[in-house]
Design a protein around this ligand. Structure first.
Ligand code: ZN
Ligand code: ZN
Length: 138
């Protein structure tokens, strides 16, 4: 009986949906190209094929360029001249190289740690044998 009551009730809010995606169109101002027939890459990043390659495009009132590394628009100041990937990404590549050299250093330090542990064990054994001698004399 309580079950029937529950099903009879209806939520006042008709389910916000959320599954409805806005029709894909280019983010660039005054373009508004319909991307429904374009590649999924262009639909996802909401840029038409032309503006993905354009050196300058007006987005949100700013002169920007589509970064092929980040797949998004950056301001022109983020790029070096005519490059299509931003400076930050190019710097990131250099950092990765440094990190790999750091990892090889880490390996060396871990080996040292093991040696230290071994030494510790030996010292412990020596102390133990001395203790035994003392006990014998007593
Ligand atoms: Zn466009
Ligand atoms: Zn970028």
């Amino acid at each position: 009986m309580s079950l029937g009551e529950g099903s009879g009730k209806r939520n006042g809010r008709g389910g916000g949906g959320g599954g409805v995606a806005p029709p894909p169109c280019c983010l660039v101002e005054n373009c508004g190209a319909d991307l429904s027939g374009c590649k999924k890459y262009h639909q996802r990043h909401r840029v038409c094929e032309v503006h993905a390659k354009a050196p300058v495009a007006l987005v949100e009132g700013l002169r920007q360029r589509f970064c092929q590394q980040c797949s998004r628009f950056h301001e022109l100041s983020e790029f070096d001249q005519t490059k299509r990937s931003c400076r930050r990404r190019l710097a990131g590549h250099n950092e990765r190289r440094r990190k790999s050299s750091l990892e090889s250093q880490k390996d060396g330090s871990s080996r040292r740690l093991k040696e230290n542990q071994f030494r510790h064990l030996r010292e412990g054994n020596e102390i133990g044998s001395r203790g035994n001698q003392n006990y014998h004399i007593h």
